[in-house]
Structures are given as C-alpha cells and as structure tokens.
Design a protein around this ligand. Structure first.
Ligand SMILES: Cc1cc2nc3c(=O)[nH]c(=O)nc-3n(C[C@H](O)[C@H](O)[C@H](O)COP(=O)(O)OP(=O)(O)OC[C@H]3O[C@@H](n4cnc5c(N)ncnc54)[C@H](O)[C@@H]3O)c2cc1C
Length: 339
C-alpha cells in the first residue's frame, strides 16, 4: 500500500473532470485496508472511496485522501443444479463479471451488462437496468467499517436496498468499504424480457439464450448512451421521481402526454421526459459550452471537452429549477457529488 500525494483524478472519473487529490491510495486486499485505517494520513484527513469513478462528480480538488478499491478475485462458494454462490472482489469490473457469469452458466445478471464501474460499487446505488436490480441476486457482502475498525458481513435485507438506494448512501455513507460481494445466481436460465424493447426483439424466440440477451442489452445501450471514453458522463444524472397518485392525476390533467409507472411507493415518472418538456435537451452551459444536457438523452449531463465539476453541477441546478418551475417536482441527483 502506497499513499501518494497530489494525484490528478481526470482518468479516475468518467466525467473526465480535471481535479487532483491531496492524497491517493489504491487498495488491493483486506490487509491493506486495516493498515490504511491505522495510518497517519487516514487518521488526520477526510477520505472518499472510489472504484471506477463512473458515478461521481468532483466539484474541485479534493483536500483529503481518495481511496481507490482494486480488490480482485472470483471464488465459487457453491455450485449445484439449482444455483451457484459466487464471492467477487469489489474491484472486479462489473461488466466483465456479468460476461463471466453469462459464459459460465450463472444466470440473472445479463440485463445489467455494460453498466460501467466495479462490483463493489454496484450495491451502493443498487444498480439497475432493463427491469433487473443487482439486489435481486445479492446474497450478502463483506466490508470494513471505518467507524469501528471491524470487518462485517451484511446480508441482503440489512442493506436497505431501494430504487438507486441503499444503506451505503445513508448511515454507512463513506463509512463502510465493501471488499467482496456474494451473488446467488440461477443455474437454469429464464430470461427477464419485461423491458419493451427486449420483449419485442425476442417475442417469437421461445429458446432465447442468456448470451443473446447479454448481446441485445449491449446493442441497446450502445445505441442510446454516450461512451464515457469518448464523452465524459456518469450515466443518468437524476433519479426518476416518484410522486403520489393524487399529484400524478393533477399533473396528467395539465400535461396529458405525461405517463407514469405505478409502483409500490407511488407513480414513477420519466425524469428525461420532464427535462425534455422544459426544452432543455441539448442545452449548452458554461463559458465554452462543454457542459451540456446530452442531445440524445436528456437524463444525462455530459462534459464535451473541459467543463469543470462546478459547470456540470451548476447545469444540474438549472435543470432542477426548470423542472420544479414547470411541474412542481424536485429532481434528485443520482450522481454522488464530491466537494
Ligand atoms: C454511460 C453510463 C451508464 C450507466 N448506466 C447505469 C445503469 O444503467 N444503471 C445504474 O444503476 N447505473 C448506471 N451508471 C452509473 C454507474 O455505472 C454505477 O453507479 C456504478 O455502480 C458505479 O461504479 P463505480 O465503480 O464507477 O463507482 P464510483 O463512481 O467509483 O463510486 C460510486 C459510489 O460508490 C461508492 N463506492 C465505490 N466503491 C466502493 C466500495 N468498494 N465500498 C463502498 N463504497 C464504494 C463511492 O464512494 C461512491 O459514493 C452508468 C454510468 C455511466 C457512465
């Protein structure tokens, strides 16, 4: 474990924001976490944990210690006719893990292909796409509690998973370093084709394979989402808002074209639709027009060139205000803001 000073973070965040960290350390195993937690630099500075950096927005140079988790390993804990339990190091690349599972016959995560980032961050915002969330297959996870300096196991029910939400965004925020995640996956493949485009694509194909679904997801995502290697972004910048049924009916009267998905907690609206209706799709912001609402998908804010973190953040404020003024709904940011 080597703590280094004044490290540029541009390549460590998918927005490509050009900021630096006062201290930076990469963690490759559990022993290094314990050593770090007892180090002078850790004890005397604030800290922030990152993995792939695809869901963070740095507003300025970070004045403390950035801890990057690189713990690698995939262990098969159990493998029978029904299911398999796999323990995966937090630093494994999420997409590569999904590909591994699909190829080796461990099913369930196919719809989550091509989501950037690492396995250890997947539980933090309970990543989800195309009608699947990682919580549907998470058995438990292991990690180091920086508050009480202990390694703990948390089972699925203890993680308080919700829509893009978990305990790691609340009472354990920045306090718990996830080191391994255990997924319980199916050995028999049963495709989840609830998402409209998938249903249409596979409607006449009773023997759809996991590899076909995996490939279809990649194709759909590549056609819609900006590649962070080419255009800086962090995927959806805002959560889709959930409102009460009464509020939905009032809005529907005023804006008949609005549509919502009725769930357990209320009616979920498309934030992209709301932003688009405010005329903000493609909106350019900042001195050099680098910070923008992506022209192909209004839920995504992009850094076309050299926007600062503040530019992207200020653009998000403009979007939140515009949506609030028109619809009376306050959008919540999905991306983690690091000050
Ligand atoms: C093009 C694009 C598309 C995307 N599509 C989706 C999508 O479809 N669905 C979806 O849900 N998300 C999506 N995202 C968001 C992002 O990929 C996920 O949130 C992902 O899980 C972030 O992983 P990361 O390793 O990059 O996390 P980071 O950005 O490094 O960190 C994210 C958060 O997790 C915390 N964290 C990171 N590692 C650990 C750890 N080991 N222990 C504890 N806390 C940790 C950080 O402190 C931070 O709060 C997309 C992003 C992009 C750029």
């Amino acid at each position: 474990m080597k703590i280094i000073e004044n490290v540029n973070l541009k390549k460590y965040n998918s927005f490509g924001i050009d900021v630096s960290a006062k201290y930076f350390v990469e963690i490759n195993n559990e022993n290094e976490i314990e050593a770090l937690a007892n180090s002078e630099v850790f004890l005397n500075n604030r800290h922030y944990v990152i993995s792939g950096g695809s869901n963070v927005l740095f507003l300025k140079d970070y004045s403390g210690l950035i801890i990057k988790i690189n713990i690698k390993s995939i262990k098969i804990l159990e493998d029978n006719d029904e299911f398999a339990m796999l323990s995966v190091g937090a630093g494994e690349n999420w997409h590569e893990f999904v590909e591994y599972c699909t190829n080796y016959g461990y099913y369930g995560l196919e719809n989550l292909a091509l989501i950037p980032g690492s396995v250890g961050s997947a539980p933090v915002q309970n990543i989800g796409a195309y009608s699947v969330e990682q919580k549907d297959y998470l058995h438990s996870l292991h990690g180091y509690n920086l508050a009480n300096h202990n390694f703990n196991v948390l089972y699925n029910a203890e993680c308080n998973f919700g829509y893009r939400d978990s305990i790691f965004k609340h009472i354990l925020k920045n306090k718990f370093i996830i080191t391994n995640v255990v997924y319980k996956l199916n050995k028999k493949f049963s495709p989840n084709l609830n998402y409209k485009e998938l249903k249409e694509k596979f409607s006449n194909r009773p023997n759809t394979t996991a590899n076909e679904v995996f490939d279809a997801i990649i194709e759909i995502r590549k056609s819609k989402l900006p590649d962070p290697n080419k255009i800086g972004n962090a995927g959806s910048f805002f959560k889709n808002p959930v409102i009460s049924n009464d509020k939905y009916l009032v809005l529907k009267e005023k804006f008949p074209e609005i549509s919502g998905y009725v769930g357990e907690d209320g009616v979920k609206l498309s934030a992209a639709f709301l932003i688009e209706k405010c005329g903000l799709k493609g909106m350019k912001y900042s001195m050099n027009n680098s910070a923008r609402v992506y022209e192909n998908h209004s839920l995504i804010l992009v850094n076309y060139n050299n926007a600062s973190g503040e530019d992207i953040y200020n653009l998000s404020v403009e979007v939140i205000n515009a949506v609030h003024d028109k619809f009376g709904i306050t959008l919540e940011r999905e991306v983690n803001i690091v000050r």
